[in-house]
Design a protein. Structure first.
Length: 243
């Protein structure tokens, strides 16, 4: 078991964003996380990655309790993430953005910047951005920024990758490219993935298991084909047409 959430809750004022969530992910799984807007999906990722601290419950990664750890500590344990809205360093080149991931993710205190940039070049090439290595992030397209997010996350050498709506805002051609890129990452790096996505066709085709969140609680989990035929999940999220 690579990740376990045990009765995890998070409240913002009077709002229970996450309410007593139990969630387990096996090493090598590709798990889709779905639910309506405001269901608590991104809050769950923020809790796992250390951005937020749970009000109660525990988060274990490879058997180690990481509850309340700072994001940089969580990263060094082997968890990395992308963001729904890309968060590059806009005034830095693509190469330097990914080099930051290399330096932050690996426990190599004596690693030089030149060595980090050499590593970064590999990850840029992997996502198809090597030709843009000297381009400032602020001058990149949305698809390029999403690819840069993936490269920077991979550069930390994670065992678990948290992917937050990497397809959002992309056109149909770009979505197909992004799907191919995710599959390439899975094949080459064998990372475990927890993936928030609203495009059900992608969830159905690309994940091993789907977890459904509604009002901060897990209301279903199982094979994609089983989840989409669950009446409770159809009512809460999918609707008759999609199902």
């Amino acid at each position: 078991m690579i990740l376990q959430l045990q009765n995890v809750s998070k409240r913002f004022g009077g709002l229970k964003a996450v309410n007593g969530v139990d969630l387990s992910i096996e090493s090598g799984e590709i798990v889709g996380l779905i639910g309506p807007n405001g269901a608590g999906k991104t809050t769950l990722m923020n809790l796992i990655s250390g951005t937020f601290t749970p009000d109660s419950g525990n988060i274990l990664f490879n058997g180690v309790d990481i509850t309340g750890k700072e994001p940089y500590e969580v990263c060094r344990y082997g968890i990395s993430r992308t963001y729904q809205i890309p968060r590059p360093f806009p005034g830095m080149t693509a190469l330097l953005n990914v080099a930051v991931g290399v330096l932050c993710g690996k426990k190599r205190p004596k690693m030089s910047l030149s060595d980090a940039m050499l590593d970064a070049s590999h990850y840029l090439e992997m996502v198809g951005l090597f030709g843009k290595r000297n381009t400032l992030a602020q001058d990149m397209s949305l698809f390029e920024l999403r690819s840069l997010e993936l490269a920077r996350a991979l550069a930390t050498t994670p065992s678990l990758l948290l992917v937050d709506e990497v397809m959002a805002g992309l056109n149909q051609v770009e979505v197909l490219k992004a799907i191919r890129l995710i599959r390439k990452i899975i094949d080459e790096y064998h990372v475990t993935i927890l993936w928030i996505e609203h495009i059900m066709k992608i969830i159905m085709e690309a994940t091993d298991r789907v977890v459904v969140v509604h009002y901060g609680e897990v209301i279903g989990s199982g094979l994609p084909k089983d989840v989409v035929s669950d009446p409770k999940i159809i009512e809460a999220y999918l609707g008759e047409k999609i199902a």
